[in-house]
Write a protein that binds this ligand. Structure first.
Ligand code: UD1
Ligand code: UDP
Length: 378
């Protein structure tokens, strides 16, 4: 007998993608009649950028695309597209493809959906930094050109989509599935022993992450990171004892390539660590004095957790974190950064998390898709 369940294929490829889809399969088993499969494009492949997360979330991808690591972006996307097409032709034909966020795997998944005439939903659509030097900005815009269903995390995204000609009835303000994960795993995060392992005292360390090409792909950016850490060491109040820097592989590779790795390692009080698991990293955010980052997702998590966040970028695609959250954009200007950190009255404290960042966004997406798929029958 043929199943009347609708097949949905979720395409993920990078660390932030994995973190945004943890609740789909759990909920699909109990709620709408969907047969959900997850395909991992293998864009991120190192254990600490990939396997670790699936272990923590007890969520195994149903399919892995067999693509070599360390390809150029063009070859990587071409391989993802070829392999995804083959998977769809031979193993699992979806009634709908879901792509997430703004990475190369997102755009590759969207192109495959478009070329194979499969309806496409985009989670975290409509975000715009208006900075075309970011590879992600093209991924966002082009993915949204090809999608039919737009799930948005903040209200600004609705405006951006409408300005690009998307119709009201295709846009669904559902909140943030990354925050669903944060809420779902609160107990496990609290149980992480990372503060003991690293001998950190709560609220007496600053957490750093850097991986944006604009900050880490040339020697100048890497020097600025070293200078920033050295200055934080000397100029901050006595309260700050450590700087913790779980380093992204792109950033580590570049420090090594430009012969700056030894210099970075020699900075007193810097705790350089491999990328942390999700539970450890959330615990590190939760008990930090402040976070300094160029990440997209970390801006949202610090806002939810009400931890001051300095984003070293000229723009953000997540403006709600500036207006209703703890985030501020600053350049690599040491005196501005130290002034900000040394003046706690600057920090926002009296606000609520953005509307619908309540742990139920995945459920809203599934309910919406259920309605859509019954009425439009994709
Ligand atoms: C990608 C996304 C970026 C996202 C980030 C999340 C694009 C264009 N960029 O950047 O938007 O913020 O993921 O972390 O899609 N590497 C490893 N092991 C890994 C992954 C990467 O060693 O598991 C190294 C490799 O040398 C690789 C380099 O990092 O060539 C860059 O990886 P890539 O996936 O191209 O981009 P990210 O910088 O990770
Ligand atoms: N993260 C993690 N371990 C780390 C650094 C980040 O688990 O060592 C999490 C972080 O909390 C967030 C996601 O990874 O949930 C963000 O990924 P990243 O900064 O790599 O990508 P972006 O959001 O900038 O695309």
């Amino acid at each position: 007998m043929m199943s009347d369940k609708k097949n949905i294929l979720i395409v993920v490829g990078t660390r932030p993608n994995f973190i945004k889809v943890t609740q789909f399969k759990k909920l699909a088993n109990t709620y709408p009649p969907f047969n959900i499969k997850i395909v991992h494009t293998s864009q991120h492949y190192s254990d600490e950028m990939s396997t670790l997360f699936f272990q923590e979330f007890d969520l195994q991808p149903d399919f892995f695309l067999d693509i070599p690591s360390n390809l150029s972006p063009v070859s990587q996307m071409a391989e993802i597209m070829k392999n995804l097409e083959k998977l769809i032709q031979t193993k699992f034909f979806p009634h709908l493809i879901i792509v997430v966020g703004d990475v190369n795997s997102t755009l590759a998944g969207a192109l495959v959906a478009n070329k194979m005439n499969i309806p496409l939903a985009h989670i975290e659509s409509g975000l715009r930094s208006f900075d075309q030097s970011m590879p992600e900005e093209y991924n966002r815009i082009l993915t949204d050109r090809m999608a039919q269903y737009f799930f948005v995390t903040e209200k600004d995204a609705i405006l951006n989509l409408k300005q690009e000609g998307i119709k009201d009835e295709q846009i669904f303000y559902v909140g943030n599935t990354m925050i669903d994960t944060l809420i779902a795993y609160q107990d496990k995060i609290e149980s992480s022993n990372i503060l003991n392992e690293l001998k950190l005292t709560p609220h007496q360390y600053i957490l750093l992450t850097f991986h944006r090409p604009n900050n880490v792909d040339d020697k100048n950016g890497l020097h600025q990171i070293i200078h920033l850490i050295e200055s934080l060491n000397t100029q901050l109040s006595q309260q700050i004892k450590n700087i913790v820097f779980p380093i992204h592989p792109r950033t580590e590779n570049n420090f090594k390539k430009f012969n700056l790795w030894e210099k970075l390692n020699a900075i007193p009080s810097l705790m350089l660590t491999p990328p942390q698991s999700y539970f450890h990293f959330q615990k590190l955010i939760k008990y930090a004095f402040a976070v300094i980052t160029d990440s997209g997702g970390v801006q949202e998590e610090t806002t939810y957790l009400k931890i001051p966040c300095i984003t070293i970028r000229p723009s953000t695609e997540r403006p709600v974190t500036l207006w209703e959250g703890t985030n501020i954009l600053l350049p690599f200007d040491i005196s501005k950064i130290c002034d900000y950190l040394n003046t706690p009255s600057h920090y926002h404290t009296n606000y609520q998390p953005p509307e619908l960042w309540d742990g139920k966004s995945t459920e809203r997406i599934l309910k919406t898709l259920n309605t859509i798929m019954q009425h439009h029958n994709p």
